[in-house]
Ligand binder design. Structure first.
Ligand SMILES: Nc1ncnc2c1ncn2[C@@H]1O[C@H](COP(=O)(O)OP(=O)(O)OP(=O)(O)O)[C@@H](O)[C@H]1O
Length: 270
């Protein structure tokens, strides 16, 4: 379980990135932090593995204040997937995946064998193992990033806009893959995005932030859609603009559902 208790972050230049956040994230589920650029999502995420330390408050993992844990040790026990995969360009795919286990002292052969298994897990063909990141497509690179995040067999997986740099079709594939993986692996996932559709698709729970790092709403996608906390949230999720409004329509005696633009969205079961 990850807890943020009265967490605030003010950087030395005076910028307040996170303003007194209290959150408890359920284990083995996906929590998505969503908000526009600069709303403090990345800062909040990085406090979990101490890439950023809070100015006030505490972040606790399973009831231990992370401030009391050696940051290097902490970072090597938590999976971290960043935008563009964050891969080392001069290392082969298999070595990229095995990086942290090797740093932790695992024998190279065992780490490489496990890296190959992880390639299967994330849907990468093993024939790509000896390629360099630049020889892979964007989607394949993101999969390598996910495999690398899983390589230390972490309980917690932090994902910072991991699918931001790929086209919409690949993005949907990667989202499906993450949901499938999560059904099998059941990690505690904290996922950052600025895309509301991605947040609603992936999140068991969604935390909406606004500028200055203030949490404006926190709930399941259904709760947020049913009752946006305020105008800001309504506007942010597109409810106010009618973008998410679905209507019934009757076509040839069968009831279907159409979206705000009149496009068919599905059929209505009685
Ligand atoms: N090291 C730093 N020093 C000063 N200000 C910073 C630092 N890191 C981040 N900030 C500021 O803190 C605020 C929150 O940044 P953060 O990266 O957490 O936002 P974000 O919601 O993740 O944004 P994005 O979606 O653009 O990545 C921004 O105003 C940013 O400019």
């Amino acid at each position: 379980m990850i807890e943020f208790r009265g967490v605030r972050k003010q950087f030395p230049d005076g910028t307040v990135a996170v303003e007194r956040v209290d959150l408890t994230l359920a284990p083995r589920s996906i929590t998505v932090l969503v908000g526009s650029s600069g709303s403090g999502k990345t800062t909040l995420l990085r406090m979990v593995n101490r890439m950023v330390d809070p100015s006030e408050g505490q972040v606790r993992i399973d009831d231990v204040d992370v401030a009391s844990v050696d940051p290097v040790k902490l970072r090597r026990s938590i999976g971290y997937v960043m935008q563009n995969g964050g891969l080392l360009p001069h290392r082969r795919v298999v070595d990229n995946i095995a990086t942290v286990p090797v740093l932790r002292g695992e024998p190279k052969r065992a780490a490489r064998a496990r890296a190959l298994e992880l390639m299967d897990t994330v849907g990468l063909d093993r024939s790509l193992a000896d390629k360099y990141p630049s020889q892979l497509s964007g989607g394949q690179q993101q999969r390598v990033g996910v495999a690398r995040g899983l390589a230390v067999d972490p309980n917690i997986l932090l994902m910072d806009e991991p699918f931001g740099a790929v086209d919409p079709i690949v993005r949907t594939e990667l989202q499906d893959e993450l949901l499938r993986l999560q059904r099998d692996l059941a990690k505690t996932v904290v996922f950052v995005t600025h895309d509301v559709d991605e947040a609603f698709r992936l999140g068991d729970r969604v935390v909406i932030l606004r500028a200055g790092g203030v949490v404006v709403q926190d709930g399941t996608p259904a709760e947020i859609l049913a009752a946006p906390a305020d105008e800001f949230v309504g506007d942010f999720i597109g409810a106010d603009r009618g973008r998410r409004v679905l209507r019934r329509a009757n076509v040839g005696g069968r009831e279907i559902v159409v979206d705000a633009d009149g496009r068919p969205a599905g059929v209505l079961e009685s």
